[in-house]
Write a protein that binds this ligand. Structure first.
Ligand SMILES: [Zn+2]
Length: 434
């Protein structure tokens, strides 16, 4: 693994140390001379582009000669042989998890690792994500590590550790007995991978607690126990976890507090229940039927397929997990035809951060039928839209945060180029250079 450029010194700190200037120094302007730019929104790349960065934001983007005129005294970063894109965004991650292809691998982490140890690994994972070009993550629950995602987010925001911008969802929810760890030994009080929630009052209380402790998103598990219905349709079905009243209470309370809701929903029953409750995003969604895809297309609900984890766990888990791959691929292709908003999310943490680069998800999307440009948008501008951050993230445009990556080849010809980023900037700070 390549090393990061050393952690940038926080500007506020250097100002304090010198104790000379009353206001923190702004970083000098940076002019990026880009060979090509894929800006995350347009349908075609642009050649020979200047990107002027001032402080943590992009000030100007345009023809290099023109932007040079506005960039007197700026430090020039020569990326004239590279293609520059917006920082990548993964909308389904688990910083506090190190792979759980089997129940044993999951239980080992919850039973034998303290939350402190898990948070140290989470900090490492944040650095790996940034090195791979991911400048923002929606982290979809800590799997028993309580609110440690909010702590990692805070450490990154305070420039104590390198990492992406983190949108945290804290503990997630499932009813009693419907999420691991569940043991046949009723004498053991075992840790839970979620906050157990029963009844509408507890649902509202759990949302309030999680928001109070820093949740940007609310997540709940809509289903479990996946199985295929009879042919010829062979629909992927599931057992639904919450009553409709409970699920609606979660969503209503979250929305009342200004938070969006993600539902883990793999089987068609779980997807349908989550849509009845009014969630904003469907996670995994392997069991999408055409009629359910019509509902999400009409309502603008986002689908986050997490293909990388599905491919990773199919072998070790066996059983229904292998044929689920084919069901998901079929649903994915139907979703593209129907204009569903398919947004990039990997479920990294379900596979080890140290083993696979999250950007493999782009490759799967192209294999499953997206154009490379569609795949890039799903992991940049569309992901920013899911996050409600379209004014700040997901595009190379004036006013946006200067979150940028660059690759040496042409990702429109070879999408795997995104697995080999050569340059990473977040908020105007350079973390990786060619
Ligand atoms: Zn997940």
């Amino acid at each position: 693994m390549r090393r990061l450029a050393s952690l940038p010194v926080p500007l506020a700190l250097s100002a304090t140390l010198t104790a000379q200037t009353p206001t923190p120094a702004r970083p000098a302007a940076i002019l990026i001379a880009a060979g090509r730019v894929i800006d995350g929104r347009a349908d075609a790349p642009q050649a020979s582009v200047g990107i002027l960065v001032e402080g943590e934001r992009i000030r100007a983007v345009g023809a290099l000669a023109q932007v040079q005129g506005q960039a007197q005294g700026a430090r020039v970063v020569d990326l004239s042989r590279l293609t520059v894109l917006p920082g990548l965004i993964d909308t389904h991650t688990h910083l506090l998890l190190q792979g759980d292809p089997t129940a044993e691998s999951y239980e080992r982490q919850l039973l034998q690792q303290s939350t402190a140890y898990r948070a140290i690994l989470g900090a490492r994972n944040a650095r790996i994500a940034l090195e791979h070009g991911f400048t923002a993550l929606r982290d979809l629950e800590t799997e028993g590590a309580m609110y440690a995602d909010v702590d990692i987010k805070r450490a990154v925001a305070n420039a104590e550790i390198p990492g992406p911008r983190i949108f945290a969802s804290t503990r997630a929810m499932a009813p009693t007995g419907m999420y691991p760890i569940v043991s046949p030994n009723w004498e053991l009080e075992l840790p839970h991978g979620v906050q157990p929630v029963d009844g509408v009052d507890q649902a509202r209380l759990a949302v309030r607690e999680q928001v109070a402790h820093g949740a940007d998103w609310i997540k709940y598990y809509s289903d479990r126990r996946y199985y295929f219905g009879p042919p010829p349709d062979s629909v992927l079905r599931s057992w639904v976890n919450f009553t409709d009243d409970e699920a609606k209470a979660i969503v209503e309370e979250a929305h009342r507090l200004g938070r969006r809701v993600a539902a883990h929903a793999i089987g068609s029953d779980g997807i349908a229940a989550a849509l009845r409750a009014g969630v904003n995003t469907i996670e995994h969604g392997d069991g999408f039927t055409d009629s359910l895809l019509d509902v999400v297309a009409a309502r603008g609900v986002y689908w986050v397929p997490t293909v990388t984890v599905a491919q990773y766990v199919a072998g070790p888990r066996g059983g229904v997990w292998a044929p689920m791959l084919a069901a998901q691929k079929r649903a994915f292709q139907h979703a593209l035809k129907k204009g569903v908003k398919v947004v990039l999310g990997t479920d990294v943490g379900g596979f080890p951060w140290t083993e696979l680069n999250q950007a493999k998800e782009f490759e799967y999307y192209v294999q499953y039928g997206m154009t490379p440009m569609q795949a890039i948008k799903s992991g940049t501008s569309l992901a920013a839209e899911l996050l409600g951050q379209s004014d700040d993230l997901g595009a190379v445009a004036p006013g946006m945060y200067a979150d940028l990556v660059a690759v040496s080849g042409d990702p429109l010809k070879d999408i795997t180029e995104l697995q080999r980023v050569k340059f990473v900037m977040k908020g105007g700070m350079i973390y990786l250079t060619p």
